[in-house]
Design a protein around this ligand. Structure first.
Ligand code: SF4
Length: 372
Protein backbone atom coordinates (compact mmCIF):
# COMPACT_ATOMS: atom_id res chain seq x y z
CA UNK A 1 0.00 0.00 0.00
CA UNK A 2 1.39 3.40 -1.02
CA UNK A 3 0.89 5.86 1.84
CA UNK A 4 1.86 9.17 0.22
CA UNK A 5 -1.23 10.97 -1.01
CA UNK A 6 -3.64 9.06 1.21
CA UNK A 7 -6.20 10.99 3.24
CA UNK A 8 -6.70 10.62 6.97
CA UNK A 9 -9.75 8.44 6.34
CA UNK A 10 -7.86 6.20 3.92
CA UNK A 11 -4.99 5.78 6.38
CA UNK A 12 -7.44 4.94 9.17
CA UNK A 13 -9.11 2.31 6.96
CA UNK A 14 -5.72 0.90 6.00
CA UNK A 15 -4.71 0.49 9.64
CA UNK A 16 -7.98 -1.30 10.41
CA UNK A 17 -7.37 -3.58 7.39
CA UNK A 18 -4.05 -4.74 8.86
CA UNK A 19 -5.55 -5.35 12.28
CA UNK A 20 -4.48 -2.08 13.95
CA UNK A 21 -6.67 0.52 15.64
CA UNK A 22 -7.93 3.28 13.32
CA UNK A 23 -6.23 6.05 15.33
CA UNK A 24 -2.87 4.71 14.17
CA UNK A 25 -3.85 5.99 10.72
CA UNK A 26 -4.10 9.52 12.12
CA UNK A 27 -0.66 9.16 13.65
CA UNK A 28 0.76 8.16 10.27
CA UNK A 29 -1.08 11.11 8.69
CA UNK A 30 0.54 13.50 11.19
CA UNK A 31 4.03 12.03 10.85
CA UNK A 32 3.93 12.00 7.05
CA UNK A 33 2.42 15.41 6.32
CA UNK A 34 2.91 17.60 9.42
CA UNK A 35 6.37 16.29 10.36
CA UNK A 36 7.46 15.30 6.83
CA UNK A 37 8.78 11.92 7.95
CA UNK A 38 9.22 9.99 4.73
CA UNK A 39 10.83 6.96 6.32
CA UNK A 40 8.53 4.63 8.28
CA UNK A 41 11.38 3.82 10.68
CA UNK A 42 11.50 7.52 11.67
CA UNK A 43 7.83 7.67 12.67
CA UNK A 44 8.67 7.53 16.34
CA UNK A 45 5.11 8.39 17.32
CA UNK A 46 4.35 4.75 16.37
CA UNK A 47 5.44 1.73 18.43
CA UNK A 48 8.42 -0.17 17.07
CA UNK A 49 6.45 -3.34 16.28
CA UNK A 50 3.97 -1.34 14.19
CA UNK A 51 6.79 0.37 12.29
CA UNK A 52 8.21 -3.07 11.52
CA UNK A 53 4.82 -4.31 10.38
CA UNK A 54 4.31 -1.23 8.20
CA UNK A 55 7.70 -1.76 6.57
CA UNK A 56 6.27 -5.02 5.19
CA UNK A 57 2.77 -3.77 4.36
CA UNK A 58 3.31 -0.22 3.14
CA UNK A 59 5.64 2.12 1.31
CA UNK A 60 6.25 5.85 0.91
CA UNK A 61 7.45 6.46 -2.65
CA UNK A 62 8.95 9.86 -3.30
CA UNK A 63 9.76 11.10 -6.77
CA UNK A 64 13.47 11.23 -7.50
CA UNK A 65 15.05 14.68 -7.79
CA UNK A 66 16.75 14.28 -11.17
CA UNK A 67 18.12 17.80 -11.31
CA UNK A 68 18.13 21.07 -9.38
CA UNK A 69 18.70 24.40 -11.11
CA UNK A 70 19.53 27.26 -8.76
CA UNK A 71 18.82 30.79 -9.96
CA UNK A 72 20.73 33.89 -8.93
CA UNK A 73 17.51 35.19 -7.34
CA UNK A 74 17.44 32.18 -4.97
CA UNK A 75 14.74 30.22 -6.85
CA UNK A 76 15.34 26.50 -7.21
CA UNK A 77 13.79 24.59 -10.09
CA UNK A 78 13.42 20.87 -9.47
CA UNK A 79 13.13 18.25 -12.14
CA UNK A 80 11.35 15.27 -10.57
CA UNK A 81 11.44 11.81 -12.10
CA UNK A 82 8.15 9.97 -11.57
CA UNK A 83 8.04 6.21 -11.59
CA UNK A 84 5.63 3.85 -13.26
CA UNK A 85 2.73 2.49 -11.25
CA UNK A 86 -0.96 1.87 -11.52
CA UNK A 87 -3.68 4.22 -10.41
CA UNK A 88 -7.31 5.09 -10.79
CA UNK A 89 -7.84 7.47 -13.63
CA UNK A 90 -11.03 9.32 -14.45
CA UNK A 91 -10.40 9.59 -18.13
CA UNK A 92 -8.43 11.88 -20.36
CA UNK A 93 -8.89 15.23 -22.01
CA UNK A 94 -11.71 14.05 -24.24
CA UNK A 95 -13.71 12.57 -21.43
CA UNK A 96 -12.71 15.05 -18.74
CA UNK A 97 -15.05 15.31 -15.84
CA UNK A 98 -17.35 12.74 -17.44
CA UNK A 99 -19.07 10.41 -15.03
CA UNK A 100 -18.38 6.72 -15.09
CA UNK A 101 -14.97 6.85 -16.74
CA UNK A 102 -13.04 5.71 -13.69
CA UNK A 103 -10.78 2.84 -14.56
CA UNK A 104 -7.44 1.43 -13.57
CA UNK A 105 -4.62 1.97 -15.94
CA UNK A 106 -0.84 1.87 -15.78
CA UNK A 107 1.05 5.12 -15.29
CA UNK A 108 3.89 5.95 -17.63
CA UNK A 109 7.22 7.09 -16.26
CA UNK A 110 7.46 10.86 -16.63
CA UNK A 111 9.24 13.94 -15.37
CA UNK A 112 7.72 17.13 -14.03
CA UNK A 113 9.04 20.35 -12.65
CA UNK A 114 8.37 22.45 -9.59
CA UNK A 115 9.92 25.75 -8.51
CA UNK A 116 10.74 26.89 -4.97
CA UNK A 117 10.90 30.70 -4.72
CA UNK A 118 11.99 32.25 -1.42
CA UNK A 119 11.22 35.90 -0.67
CA UNK A 120 10.81 38.21 2.30
CA UNK A 121 8.58 36.50 4.89
CA UNK A 122 7.42 33.67 2.66
CA UNK A 123 8.26 30.99 0.15
CA UNK A 124 6.19 30.23 -2.91
CA UNK A 125 6.18 26.79 -4.50
CA UNK A 126 4.90 26.39 -8.03
CA UNK A 127 3.82 22.81 -8.73
CA UNK A 128 2.74 20.66 -11.66
CA UNK A 129 -0.45 18.61 -11.81
CA UNK A 130 0.05 16.70 -15.06
CA UNK A 131 3.09 15.52 -16.98
CA UNK A 132 2.73 17.45 -20.22
CA UNK A 133 -0.62 18.96 -21.10
CA UNK A 134 -3.30 18.47 -23.74
CA UNK A 135 -4.63 22.02 -23.74
CA UNK A 136 -2.32 23.32 -26.47
CA UNK A 137 -1.86 26.97 -25.52
CA UNK A 138 0.32 28.43 -28.25
CA UNK A 139 2.65 30.35 -25.92
CA UNK A 140 3.36 27.37 -23.63
CA UNK A 141 6.27 24.95 -23.89
CA UNK A 142 4.45 22.28 -21.90
CA UNK A 143 1.86 22.12 -24.67
CA UNK A 144 4.56 20.80 -26.97
CA UNK A 145 4.85 17.66 -24.85
CA UNK A 146 1.20 16.74 -25.28
CA UNK A 147 -0.44 15.02 -22.30
CA UNK A 148 1.87 12.30 -20.96
CA UNK A 149 -0.25 11.48 -17.93
CA UNK A 150 -2.07 12.77 -14.89
CA UNK A 151 -0.09 12.94 -11.66
CA UNK A 152 -1.30 11.11 -8.57
CA UNK A 153 -2.17 12.99 -5.39
CA UNK A 154 1.09 11.74 -3.85
CA UNK A 155 3.14 13.02 -6.78
CA UNK A 156 1.50 16.45 -6.49
CA UNK A 157 2.06 16.56 -2.72
CA UNK A 158 5.68 15.52 -2.99
CA UNK A 159 6.47 18.64 -5.03
CA UNK A 160 5.61 20.69 -1.92
CA UNK A 161 6.87 18.36 0.79
CA UNK A 162 10.34 17.72 -0.66
CA UNK A 163 11.34 21.39 -1.20
CA UNK A 164 9.94 22.30 2.25
CA UNK A 165 12.03 19.56 3.84
CA UNK A 166 15.12 20.49 1.85
CA UNK A 167 14.88 24.15 2.95
CA UNK A 168 13.62 23.48 6.48
CA UNK A 169 16.46 25.36 8.19
CA UNK A 170 15.65 28.59 6.33
CA UNK A 171 11.88 28.48 5.93
CA UNK A 172 9.93 31.73 6.23
CA UNK A 173 6.72 31.61 8.30
CA UNK A 174 4.37 31.62 5.29
CA UNK A 175 4.19 29.13 2.44
CA UNK A 176 2.28 29.91 -0.74
CA UNK A 177 1.51 27.28 -3.32
CA UNK A 178 0.54 27.97 -6.88
CA UNK A 179 -0.76 25.29 -9.22
CA UNK A 180 0.75 26.89 -12.29
CA UNK A 181 3.37 24.39 -13.37
CA UNK A 182 2.89 21.73 -16.01
CA UNK A 183 -0.65 20.67 -16.74
CA UNK A 184 -4.22 21.85 -16.43
CA UNK A 185 -5.21 21.20 -12.79
CA UNK A 186 -8.93 21.02 -13.50
CA UNK A 187 -8.39 18.17 -15.96
CA UNK A 188 -6.93 16.11 -13.10
CA UNK A 189 -9.57 17.22 -10.64
CA UNK A 190 -9.76 14.28 -8.22
CA UNK A 191 -6.02 13.93 -7.63
CA UNK A 192 -5.57 17.71 -7.39
CA UNK A 193 -8.32 18.03 -4.79
CA UNK A 194 -7.04 15.02 -2.83
CA UNK A 195 -3.61 16.69 -2.65
CA UNK A 196 -5.07 20.11 -1.83
CA UNK A 197 -7.18 18.75 1.02
CA UNK A 198 -3.97 17.51 2.66
CA UNK A 199 -1.95 20.65 1.82
CA UNK A 200 -4.65 22.92 3.25
CA UNK A 201 -5.44 20.79 6.31
CA UNK A 202 -4.35 22.54 9.55
CA UNK A 203 -3.56 19.02 10.89
CA UNK A 204 -1.33 18.16 7.90
CA UNK A 205 0.76 20.53 5.75
CA UNK A 206 -1.01 23.60 7.19
CA UNK A 207 -1.02 25.92 4.19
CA UNK A 208 -3.74 28.55 4.52
CA UNK A 209 -6.34 28.30 1.71
CA UNK A 210 -5.82 32.02 1.03
CA UNK A 211 -2.18 31.21 0.25
CA UNK A 212 -3.01 28.57 -2.37
CA UNK A 213 -3.89 29.49 -5.96
CA UNK A 214 -5.11 27.20 -8.71
CA UNK A 215 -4.59 28.54 -12.21
CA UNK A 216 -6.74 27.24 -15.05
CA UNK A 217 -6.91 27.81 -18.78
CA UNK A 218 -10.68 28.07 -18.31
CA UNK A 219 -12.19 24.58 -17.94
CA UNK A 220 -15.70 25.76 -17.11
CA UNK A 221 -17.11 22.45 -15.67
CA UNK A 222 -14.01 22.23 -13.45
CA UNK A 223 -14.48 25.80 -12.19
CA UNK A 224 -18.11 24.97 -11.37
CA UNK A 225 -17.05 21.81 -9.55
CA UNK A 226 -14.33 23.66 -7.63
CA UNK A 227 -16.91 26.24 -6.56
CA UNK A 228 -18.73 23.47 -4.66
CA UNK A 229 -15.70 22.41 -2.62
CA UNK A 230 -15.82 23.31 1.09
CA UNK A 231 -12.12 24.15 1.33
CA UNK A 232 -10.67 25.41 -1.90
CA UNK A 233 -7.77 27.45 -3.21
CA UNK A 234 -8.12 30.85 -4.79
CA UNK A 235 -8.89 30.84 -8.49
CA UNK A 236 -6.67 32.29 -11.20
CA UNK A 237 -7.63 32.36 -14.87
CA UNK A 238 -5.01 32.30 -17.57
CA UNK A 239 -6.76 34.82 -19.86
CA UNK A 240 -4.16 36.13 -22.32
CA UNK A 241 -6.58 37.52 -24.90
CA UNK A 242 -9.14 40.28 -25.17
CA UNK A 243 -11.58 38.62 -27.60
CA UNK A 244 -12.81 35.14 -28.56
CA UNK A 245 -11.20 35.54 -31.95
CA UNK A 246 -7.79 36.15 -30.40
CA UNK A 247 -8.20 33.57 -27.67
CA UNK A 248 -9.36 30.84 -30.08
CA UNK A 249 -5.94 31.13 -31.70
CA UNK A 250 -3.78 31.54 -28.59
CA UNK A 251 -5.73 29.07 -26.43
CA UNK A 252 -7.82 26.69 -28.56
CA UNK A 253 -9.63 25.51 -25.41
CA UNK A 254 -11.58 28.76 -25.85
CA UNK A 255 -13.53 27.18 -28.71
CA UNK A 256 -14.95 24.71 -26.19
CA UNK A 257 -15.38 27.20 -23.33
CA UNK A 258 -15.69 30.67 -24.89
CA UNK A 259 -15.16 33.87 -22.94
CA UNK A 260 -18.86 34.49 -22.17
CA UNK A 261 -19.17 31.07 -20.47
CA UNK A 262 -15.83 31.43 -18.71
CA UNK A 263 -16.64 34.88 -17.36
CA UNK A 264 -20.10 33.69 -16.27
CA UNK A 265 -18.49 30.84 -14.27
CA UNK A 266 -16.08 33.36 -12.71
CA UNK A 267 -18.93 35.67 -11.80
CA UNK A 268 -20.68 32.82 -9.96
CA UNK A 269 -17.52 31.52 -8.27
CA UNK A 270 -17.91 32.05 -4.49
CA UNK A 271 -15.37 34.44 -3.00
CA UNK A 272 -14.58 34.75 0.69
CA UNK A 273 -14.00 38.04 2.45
CA UNK A 274 -11.28 39.99 0.66
CA UNK A 275 -10.87 37.11 -1.83
CA UNK A 276 -10.51 37.97 -5.50
CA UNK A 277 -10.08 36.11 -8.77
CA UNK A 278 -6.78 36.73 -10.51
CA UNK A 279 -6.62 37.01 -14.29
CA UNK A 280 -3.19 36.29 -15.73
CA UNK A 281 -2.46 38.08 -18.97
CA UNK A 282 0.78 37.17 -20.76
CA UNK A 283 1.55 40.23 -22.84
CA UNK A 284 2.82 39.13 -26.24
CA UNK A 285 4.47 41.84 -28.29
CA UNK A 286 2.37 42.76 -31.35
CA UNK A 287 -0.29 40.12 -30.54
CA UNK A 288 -2.43 41.13 -27.55
CA UNK A 289 -0.76 44.28 -26.24
CA UNK A 290 -2.59 47.21 -27.85
CA UNK A 291 -4.52 49.91 -25.96
CA UNK A 292 -7.72 48.48 -27.49
CA UNK A 293 -6.84 45.06 -25.98
CA UNK A 294 -6.45 46.74 -22.58
CA UNK A 295 -9.84 48.46 -22.92
CA UNK A 296 -11.54 45.18 -23.88
CA UNK A 297 -9.98 43.34 -20.93
CA UNK A 298 -11.05 46.13 -18.57
CA UNK A 299 -14.64 45.86 -19.91
CA UNK A 300 -14.59 42.09 -19.27
CA UNK A 301 -13.58 42.70 -15.66
CA UNK A 302 -16.24 45.32 -15.02
CA UNK A 303 -19.03 43.13 -13.62
CA UNK A 304 -17.11 40.20 -12.15
CA UNK A 305 -16.86 41.45 -8.57
CA UNK A 306 -13.44 41.41 -6.87
CA UNK A 307 -10.75 40.69 -9.47
CA UNK A 308 -7.18 41.64 -10.17
CA UNK A 309 -5.14 41.40 -13.32
CA UNK A 310 -1.51 40.32 -13.49
CA UNK A 311 0.26 41.45 -16.64
CA UNK A 312 3.19 39.14 -17.41
CA UNK A 313 5.44 40.53 -20.15
CA UNK A 314 6.51 37.66 -22.41
CA UNK A 315 9.94 36.15 -21.76
CA UNK A 316 11.72 35.75 -25.06
CA UNK A 317 12.74 32.13 -25.47
CA UNK A 318 12.09 29.02 -27.49
CA UNK A 319 8.71 30.06 -28.94
CA UNK A 320 8.18 32.55 -31.76
CA UNK A 321 6.62 35.40 -29.78
CA UNK A 322 8.14 38.80 -29.19
CA UNK A 323 8.70 40.59 -25.90
CA UNK A 324 6.35 43.60 -25.61
CA UNK A 325 7.98 47.02 -25.59
CA UNK A 326 8.34 48.71 -22.24
CA UNK A 327 6.06 51.48 -23.50
CA UNK A 328 3.26 49.02 -24.42
CA UNK A 329 3.52 47.30 -21.01
CA UNK A 330 3.22 50.66 -19.24
CA UNK A 331 0.37 51.83 -21.43
CA UNK A 332 -1.57 48.56 -20.98
CA UNK A 333 -1.10 48.83 -17.21
CA UNK A 334 -2.08 52.52 -17.19
CA UNK A 335 -5.33 51.92 -19.10
CA UNK A 336 -6.35 49.08 -16.79
CA UNK A 337 -5.83 51.28 -13.74
CA UNK A 338 -7.63 54.18 -15.40
CA UNK A 339 -10.62 51.85 -15.90
CA UNK A 340 -10.51 50.96 -12.21
CA UNK A 341 -9.11 47.41 -12.48
CA UNK A 342 -6.50 46.52 -9.83
CA UNK A 343 -3.54 45.59 -12.03
CA UNK A 344 0.04 44.48 -11.40
CA UNK A 345 2.90 43.90 -13.80
CA UNK A 346 4.90 40.81 -12.87
CA UNK A 347 8.21 39.90 -14.31
CA UNK A 348 8.50 36.12 -13.78
CA UNK A 349 11.07 35.05 -11.22
CA UNK A 350 13.74 32.52 -12.01
CA UNK A 351 14.06 33.68 -15.61
CA UNK A 352 17.65 32.47 -15.81
CA UNK A 353 16.67 28.89 -14.90
CA UNK A 354 13.62 28.79 -17.19
CA UNK A 355 11.23 28.75 -14.27
CA UNK A 356 9.09 31.47 -15.72
CA UNK A 357 5.46 30.96 -16.71
CA UNK A 358 5.02 28.50 -19.57
CA UNK A 359 8.67 27.44 -19.53
CA UNK A 360 8.44 24.49 -17.17
CA UNK A 361 8.78 21.93 -19.93
CA UNK A 362 11.94 23.13 -21.55
CA UNK A 363 14.25 20.55 -20.02
CA UNK A 364 12.05 17.74 -21.21
CA UNK A 365 11.69 19.14 -24.69
CA UNK A 366 15.45 19.35 -24.88
CA UNK A 367 16.04 15.90 -23.43
CA UNK A 368 13.07 13.82 -24.55
CA UNK A 369 13.15 13.20 -28.28
CA UNK A 370 9.98 11.11 -28.01
CA UNK A 371 7.92 14.06 -26.76
CA UNK A 372 5.16 15.20 -29.12
S1 SF4 B 1 -0.55 27.15 -20.29
FE1 SF4 B 1 -1.24 25.57 -18.84
S2 SF4 B 1 -3.14 24.78 -19.75
FE2 SF4 B 1 -2.06 25.87 -21.40
S3 SF4 B 1 -0.87 24.23 -22.42
FE3 SF4 B 1 0.45 25.20 -20.87
S4 SF4 B 1 0.25 23.88 -19.06
FE4 SF4 B 1 -1.49 23.44 -20.43
Amino acid sequence: MELLGKSKEELRAFCVSIGEPAYRGEQIYHALYAERKFDLAQMTNLPLNLREKLAKEAAISLPMVKQRFVSTDGSVRYLFGLGESETKDRGDFNTELAEGTEKRKPLRAASVEAVFMPSEGRQTICISTQAGCAVDCQFCLTAQLGLIRNLTAGEILAQVLLPLEEHKERLAPQTNIVLMGQGEPLLNFDAVMAALRILLDPAAVRIAPKHATLSTSGIVPGIERLAEEKVRPKLAISLNASSDEQRNVLMPINKKYPLAKLLEACKKFPKGTREYITFEYVLLGGVNDTPEDARRVARMMSDLGRVKVNIIPWNPGALPFAEPTEASVKEFHRIMLEKGVPTFTRYSRGRDVMAACGQLALTQIETAPTAA
